[in-house]
Design a protein. Structure first.
Length: 312
């Protein structure tokens, strides 16, 4: 990507989009275009087509999506399927019509079968049934990978797909029900500590294992792959290390200084038992994560503390 290239970050106010924005700015890119969902509803085909025809971006990072944790995915099943298919179809097709040089599509580790062997290799895609709680979201993300591959095969478009593991970081969503586990626990442990509560309840059994990548590390990987990776198919982005949710809760407890008990609400879903990425392809391309989990939780907690007055 030339420094003067016109780069569109779709979803620039989100956790990932804002991290990509920070990275590009730090690298000296100054022709970045953005638009909020209120200004441009990417589910709308005509609005999206007009935006691309007017702006004519050279490069696109597709980080706009309907995103949420396990309960949000399971509750808003129609929105997770419809919104995501619309957003990605509109952006990918408009990119083709307007000659975008390269596009990066962001998927998710939930595209892999629920009971796939671990760690998850890229070629396990479409080898088994999906996890029920996030099937609509996963189906949309799989369609995005296949859109990129089909436009590459038929039209020669250089569209690449990356599959991030579970993410956390600055500008995360701290909604009590709709967020992912790490921001949810940061908020719940912090509030319990601040209010002198005797215990914190976490969802599920605490036995599922998850892998976590700091969003600024993800942005580094996206920037690197945008310049060094031009293949069809998909590439995992993660750390290659995972942790049981119960142990994650102990880390957040330590970070927030909470001293009470941890209880488990087993009426809430566990989801996939394990989702550990095989990152050998990513490492072979020359990229490895930098921020380890405990340091990342500290950074995310500091960001939470600076923003908590504005949270609902
Ligand atoms: N968070 C995670 O753990 C993971 C995320 N990912 C993927 O990374 C990408 C970014 O996720 P993340 O940053 O966490 O999500 P966020 O919810 O933080 O941000 C999503 C962004 O998408 C934009 N958006 C949503 N709907 C529309 C719409 N209809 N029109 C225009 N813009 C819209 C929002 O814009 P606005 O703010 O203007 O409303 C928002 O900035 C997604 O593709 C997600 O699937 C993958 C793996 C894990
Ligand atoms: C990134 C990924 O995110 C979603 O999948 P998920 O990995 O299951 O994500 P999660 O962060 O919501 O939960 C991880 C684990 O943690 C447990 N857990 C405990 N206590 C809380 C809690 O308070 N909140 C949440 N959300 N989970 C909790 C929870 O029960 C589960 O066992 C996908 O739908 C899909 O969107 C996707 O791609």
């Amino acid at each position: 990507m030339e420094k003067s290239a016109k780069i569109y970050i779709a979803g620039h106010r989100g956790m990932v989009g804002s991290a990509i924005y920070r990275k590009l700015t730090k690298e000296g890119y100054n022709n970045i275009i953005t638009s909020t969902s209120a200004e441009l509803d990417l589910r709308d085909q005509q609005q999206t087509a007009n935006f691309f025809a007017t702006q004519k971006p050279d490069y696109v990072f597709l980080a706009a999506a309907k995103v949420g944790g396990i309960v949000a995915n399971n509750t808003y099943r129609a929105e997770f399927l419809y919104d995501n298919l619309q957003i990605q179809n509109n952006i990918i097709h408009s990119s083709y019509i307007n000659g975008v040089k390269k596009l990066m599509f962001l998927g998710s580790s939930c595209i892999y079968p629920k009971l796939a062997p671990q760690p998850l290799k890229e070629d396990y895609l479409l080898t088994g049934l999906l996890e029920e709680t996030n099937e609509p979201y996963a189906i949309a993300k799989i369609a995005g990978i296949k859109m990129c591959d089909a436009y590459r095969a038929q039209y020669g478009c250089n569209y690449i797909s990356v599959m991030p593991t579970n993410l956390y970081g600055l500008n995360d969503n701290y909604h009590p029900q709709n967020s992912h586990v790490l921001p949810a626990l940061i908020r719940r442990f912090h509030e319990a500590q601040a209010n002198g509560l005797p215990s914190v309840t976490i969802w599920g059994t605490g036995t599922p294992k998850r892998e976590f990548l700091f969003a600024d590390d993800l942005a580094e990987a996206c920037f690197y792959l945008m310049q060094n990776y031009d293949e069809e198919g998909l590439v995992n982005i993660g750390t290659g290390e995972d942790i049981a949710i119960k142990d994650l809760a102990l880390l957040v407890k330590k970070t927030t200084g909470f001293e009470g008990d941890i209880l488990f609400d087993t009426t809430k879903p566990d989801g996939t038992p394990r989702k550990l990425m095989d990152v050998s392809k990513l490492h072979s391309k020359g990229w490895k994560h930098k921020v380890e989990l405990e340091e990342g939780i500290q950074l995310a907690y500091s960001d939470f503390l600076s923003k908590q007055k504005s949270l609902v």
